[in-house]
Design a protein around this ligand. Structure first.
Ligand code: ADP
Length: 546
């Protein structure tokens, strides 16, 4: 039975006994040094916290904490180390799971999808900024470079360039781009701004993509495409290689910046707001990846459920109104839109005036500048203000603390930016929130033509019943969302098979093609088995899929 389980720690990789495993581990230590191999031989797993998270399991467990558990971790110091680890794994048929910094919270953290895999933690020792070019505004990074680290290096050198952090800046730039995460400056599409990568393939060979495939390449970070088929895509959310270097384009300081908040009193104006946001984004009237947040979502940044004095399972309309009035600056409101402008003052003023004119069609709308947030405690506005100008933040790490032992996992469907689409998804979330009696906190991240709903489902990870409900709710959101024609852009390890199978066109041709590629490039099926629902032949259809 390969289904989620709670007993038998410490775990072994599938198909190997304890004495075989011990010999394999001794060999691994011989390859990379004793101090760079850790066995997960604890009887009890410690969840740690954001900065000191474990490589042993998912510290935001959605399943039982003993389910997504590694048998150990290895810390390579170079591309050559990664090659020898991969060759070792092939010899023993021991599955690996590669992470950069493992701060992928809400989606599985540092945990492997397949119980008993060895986690390859690249970030601990491979954390150099290999190139930082202030003329072409490009960089080449190892997996352990966080947004904070690159930000500090740029400041130290006095360069006029920005980074683009996601909600929390402590994670890996490379890892977040591979997961197709987002930030809030004009460079908010993290995958879209990468340029060139170095990858150790499952057979141990080193591949360089784009212009990097030229010997002694002079243009690796200048153009992403190179010649012939463009293969970078298979390494994002994929299990076809371990990425050891990645290039990025960085945004030149635009020489001027301002950000604003727009609040909307009436919940029911949501559709009209979305329609106007589409016009603003598709015409690039605002410069950045914008955010439309619910008052509920905003409250979670700073308060716990207890602090807000909420009694029922799900916040009532009255709760939201009261808390939003008491706790949110310029509250009460139902929705808040954060929007930023870049460049010379004249351009920014013109754009902001245009946005105000467009949004004035909504009744009960209020417009705010930076100065309206100048007094009193720093507010969520300041987080958005700073992250939209490339300053990494930390406060997002608090968001999970709604309940004691707070965890979250997110429903992340992608839709066009229309009232009809966004309303269908919002109605779905509210309907299932009532059915499962679990609060959910929808926010919307607006690309250029795409709307990513990021709906936080919060739970107390020490409460099995609440965890069960969270999982069931997420599963129903995924299947109901798919029936309406929407798919998730990213999901927790435990839900990846389900999401992959919602991409069901032509009898799941997407998954089937991924499997063909998997079997060709990783015939022993050692690399991140099950990642994104792609299983290698030896494990496929053997009951590992959930
Ligand atoms: P972050 O710390 O930025 O949140 P993680 O290191 O947790 O990012 O990476 C998120 C996911 O991306 C991992 O679970 C893994 O599936 C994939 N990943 C991360 N780094 C690599 C890498 N260097 N090579 C291949 N896959 C990776």
């Amino acid at each position: 039975d390969n289904k989620p389980r709670t007993e038998d720690l410490p775990v072994l990789p599938p198909g190997i006994n304890r004495s075989g495993f011990n010999i394999a581990i001794e060999q691994l230590k011989g390859l990379v040094g004793n101090e760079n191999v850790e066995l997960n031989d604890q009887e009890r797993l410690e969840d740690g916290w954001y900065n000191e998270h474990p490589n042993t399991h998912d510290s935001f467990h959605l399943l039982d904490e003993n389910d997504l558990v590694s048998s150990g971790a290895v810390y390579p110091g170079s591309t050559e180390d990664v090659q020898s680890i991969v060759k070792w794994a092939n010899r023993w048929k021991i599955p690996l799971y590669s992470i950069s910094m493992g701060r992928n919270f809400g989606y599985g953290g540092a945990a492997p999808r397949l119980r008993g895999s060895i986690v390859v933690d690249l970030g601990r020792r491979m954390n150099r900024i290999l190139k930082l070019n202030n003329k072409s505004y490009t960089c080449l990074l190892e997996p352990g470079v966080s947004y904070f680290k690159l930000y500090d290096e740029i400041k130290k050198n006095g360069y006029d360039m920005w980074v683009d952090p996601p909600d929390i800046g402590g994670g890996s730039i490379l890892g977040n781009a591979l997961e197709r995460g987002v930030g809030y400056t004009p460079y908010g599409d993290h995958w879209g701004t990468h340029c060139g990568m170095e990858v150790v393939l499952p057979n141990g060979e080193v591949y360089r993509s784009g212009m990097g495939a030229i010997e002694n390449s002079q243009a690796w970070q200048a153009s992403p495409y190179g010649f012939g088929p463009y293969l970078d895509g298979i390494f994002s959310q994929g299990n076809y290689g371990i990425v050891t270097k990645m290039g990025f384009w960085l945004m030149p300081d635009p020489g001027g910046y301002s950000s604003h908040a727009i609040t909307f009193d009436r919940e029911e104006d949501f559709g009209q707001i979305i329609e106007i946001i589409r016009e603003i984004r598709v015409r690039h009237i605002s410069g950045n990846v914008a955010q439309l947040n619910s008052a509920k979502g905003e409250l979670t940044f700073r308060y716990t459920k207890k602090e807000l004095g909420i009694k029922g399972n799900v916040m009532t309309k009255e709760d939201v109104e009261r808390c939003s009035r008491e706790k949110l600056k310029h509250g009460p409101y139902s929705w808040i839109f954060f929007v930023s402008f870049y460049g010379p003052t004249e351009v920014r003023t013109l754009s902001w005036n245009l946005v105000k004119k467009m949004m004035s069609k909504v009744s009960d709308v209020h417009f705010y500048d930076e100065k309206d947030y100048a007094d009193g405690e720093p507010d969520n506005f300041h987080i958005h203000h700073e992250s939209s100008m490339g300053i990494p933040q930390f406060i997002g790490a608090r968001q999970a603390s709604w309940y004691p032992n707070g965890s979250h996992s997110d429903f992340t469907p992608v839709s066009p930016i229309t009232a009809k689409d966004a309303k269908q998804l919002l109605d779905l979330v509210y309907r299932l929130q009532d059915k499962y009696q679990l609060d959910s906190f929808p926010n919307f991240v607006v690309g250029v033509r795409d709307l990513h709903m990021i709906d936080f489902i919060m739970y107390d990870k020490k409460d099995p019943e609440m965890r069960r409900k969270a999982q069931l709710m997420l599963r129903e959101l995924i299947s109901e969302g798919a029936k309406l024609g929407y798919g998730e852009y990213r999901t927790h390890l435990a839900l990846q098979d389900q999401v992959m199978n919602t991409y069901g066109f032509n009898s799941c041709i997407h998954r089937r093609l991924c499997e063909v590629i998997k079997d060709a490039v990783d015939p022993n099926g050692i690399l991140s088995p099950g990642k994104a629902g792609v299983w290698p032949q030896w494990l496929r259809g053997k009951g590992w899929e959930w």
